[in-house]
Write a protein that binds this ligand. Structure first.
Ligand SMILES: [Zn+2]
Length: 143
């Protein structure tokens, strides 16, 4: 089945099944009726991270960050801006490693920021350190 995808709503976390052709039409959630992609960047923690990455058929890029990390602060607007370019292609997730310590430990996050790409719950690749927007966009385009 390549023509329908499971996508988790960015508002209520409900799992939606969507035809791939609908992704670019700003689809609404079957449960809360809001736009599924209303938040281009979603913040997750230990309680909902696993569920989110398992219940999305789109690639997901995760920014593991921390409030004390200078490069993370600089990278945050790049991450936000880039997310709007990939709205129906890649989900953008931020994980605060000070709060989501279990998740950070599970993936062995040692340097901050770390960017991980997941597909169907599996890690595809990771990149330690921030990127500028053009490098980040190029890096993501391969997914
Ligand atoms: Zn919803």
């Amino acid at each position: 089945m390549t023509d329908s995808l499971f996508i988790t709503c960015s508002q209520c976390g409900a799992k939606n099944r969507l035809p791939a052709s609908k992704l670019s039409d700003a689809p609404n959630c079957g449960k809360c009726k809001q736009s599924i992609f209303s938040h281009s960047v979603i913040e997750l923690d230990d309680s909902n991270f696993q569920r989110f990455i398992q219940n999305n058929d789109m690639p997901i890029v995760v920014d593991f960050w921390a409030s004390w990390c200078g490069p993370c602060q600089h990278f945050a607007p790049v991450f936000q801006q880039t997310s709007t370019l990939f709205l129906d292609k890649v989900r953008f997730v931020k994980v605060n490693t000070e709060q989501a310590q279990q998740t950070a430990a599970m993936y062995g996050i040692r340097s901050i920021p770390s960017l991980l790409v997941f597909k169907n719950g599996k890690e595809l690749t990771r990149q330690a350190g921030a990127m500028d927007q053009s490098n980040f966009t190029r890096w993501l385009s391969q997914f």
